[in-house]
Design a protein around this ligand. Structure first.
Ligand SMILES: Cc1cc2nc3c(=O)[nH]c(=O)nc-3n(C[C@H](O)[C@H](O)[C@H](O)COP(=O)(O)OP(=O)(O)OC[C@H]3O[C@@H](n4cnc5c(N)ncnc54)[C@H](O)[C@@H]3O)c2cc1C
Ligand code: FES
Length: 278
C-alpha cells in the first residue's frame, strides 16, 4: 500500500495533486520519468509523470487531470488512503545539459510534467524562458512553482482571462525571433506539441517533447505505446517518453489515442452512475 500524505485540488477539482509515500522510487527517480499506478487490486494501470520527488521524506508527487473512470476513482482517495500499486521509476530520464538559452512550453496538465525538467535545466545553469498556457485562468496550474524555476515566465490563456490572450505558440514565435534559443521542450496536448514543433523547426531549434500514448505494461513487452518517430517504431515506455519533436508522427499518435474513446466514455458514465447511487 502506497499511502497518500498530501492531497490538493486544483482547477476547481478537475486536477488533483497527490503526494505519495514511495521511498524506493523517490530515491531513484529523475526528471522526465513516470510511474504506473493502480488504485485497487483489479484497477486499471494508469501512467502519470512524477511532478516532484522528495528523497528526504521518501515521497513522490503526481498531478493528474480527472478525464475518465480510473482518474475519477483516484479522485476519491483521501489523505491516509493508499494506492494498491505504484511501479517505477519508468522511462528514460530527461537528458539535462547546459546549452545556454532554453524555452520550456507547457500546456494544461503538461505543466506538471514540465516542472521538474524546467527546474533541472535551470539548476544546471541554463537561461530558462518558460511559456505556460491553459484554456482559461481557472484551469492554469503551478504558476508560482514554474516562476520559481524559470528565469522568465510568460502565461497565456486561450480566452484571454489571464496573461497573454492566445496560444502559447504565439509567445513562442516572439521568443524565438529574438534569437539564441538553443533548445525547446514542449509538453502538453498532442496538437500543442505538434504546432510547437512545427514552429521550432522553422527556427531550426532542437525540440524535445514528452509523449502520452496509451500504455499497458510499461515495460516494452505489449507494444501498446508504439509511436512512429523518424519513420521508426518506438515504444514510449522504454524508448521515451521523450522524443525529438521534429520526428514524431503526431497525426498517427492522435488517431491511436482515439481508439478506445467510446468504451472509455461508457466506463466513465457507468462509474459516475454507480457513485451517485451509492
Ligand atoms: C508517460 C505518460 C505520462 C502521463 N502523465 C500524466 C500526468 O502527469 N498528468 C495527467 O493528467 N495525465 C498524464 N498522462 C495521461 C494519463 O495517463 C491519462 O489521462 C489517464 O490514463 C486517463 O485514464 P482514465 O481511465 O481516467 O481515462 P480514460 O477513460 O482512459 O480516458 C478518458 C478520455 O481522456 C482522454 N485521454 C485518455 N488518455 C489520454 C492521454 N494519454 N492523452 C490525452 N488524452 C487522453 C481521451 O479523450 C479519453 O476518451 C500520462 C500518460 C502517459 C503515457
Ligand atoms: S506500454 Fe507496453 S510496450 Fe510500452
Amino acid at each position: 500500500m502506497f499511502r497518500i500524505v498530501n492531497r490538493e485540488e486544483m482547477a476547481g477539482g478537475t486536477i488533483i495533486l497527490n503526494e505519495i509515500e514511495a521511498p524506493l522510487i523517490a530515491k531513484k527517480a529523475k526528471p522526465g520519468q513516470f510511474v504506473i499506478l493502480k488504485a485497487t487490486e483489479t484497477g486499471e494501470r494508469i501512467p502519470l509523470t512524477m511532478a516532484d520527488t522528495d528523497r528526504q521524506k521518501g515521497t513522490i508527487t503526481i498531478i493528474y487531470m480527472v478525464v475518465g473512470k480510473s482518474t475519477a476513482l483516484f479522485k476519491t482517495l483521501k489523505v491516509g488512503d493508499g494506492y494498491q500499486d505504484v511501479i517505477g521509476p519508468l522511462g528514460k530520464p530527461t537528458h539535462i545539459e547546459k546549452v545556454g538559452k532554453v524555452v520550456c512550453v507547457g500546456g494544461g496538465t503538461g505543466i506538471a510534467v514540465l516542472h521538474p525538467i524546467t527546474r533541472a535545466l535551470k539548476e544546471i545553469g541554463n537561461h530558462v524562458i518558460s511559456i505556460i498556457g491553459a484554456r482559461t485562468k481557472d484551469l492554469l496550474i503551478l504558476e508560482d512553482r514554474m516562476k520559481a524555476v524559470s528565469t522568465e515566465l510568460h502565461v497565456c490563456t486561450d480566452d484571454g482571462s489571464y496573461g497573454h490572450h492566445g496560444f502559447v505558440t504565439e509567445v513562442l514565435k516572439d521568443v524565438l525571433a529574438k534569437g539564441d534559443v538553443r533548445l525547446a521542450v514542449a509538453i502538453g496536448p498532442v496538437p500543442m506539441m505538434k504546432f510547437v514543433s512545427k514552429i521550432t523547426k522553422e527556427f531550426n531549434v532542437p525540440t524535445m517533447v514528452s509523449l502520452n500514448p496509451i500504455m499497458v505494461d510499461g515495460t516494452g513487452m505489449c507494444g501498446g505505446c508504439r509511436v512512429s518517430v523518424g519513420g521508426e517504431t518506438k515504444f514510449a515506455c522504454v524508448d521515451g517518453p521523450e522524443f525529438d519533436g521534429h520526428q514524431v508522427d503526431y497525426d498517427e499518435l492522435m488517431r491511436r489515442l482515439q481508439a478506445y474513446c467510446e468504451d472509455e466514455k461508457k466506463c466513465y458514465n457507468d462509474f459516475c452512475t454507480m457513485q451517485q447511487a451509492s
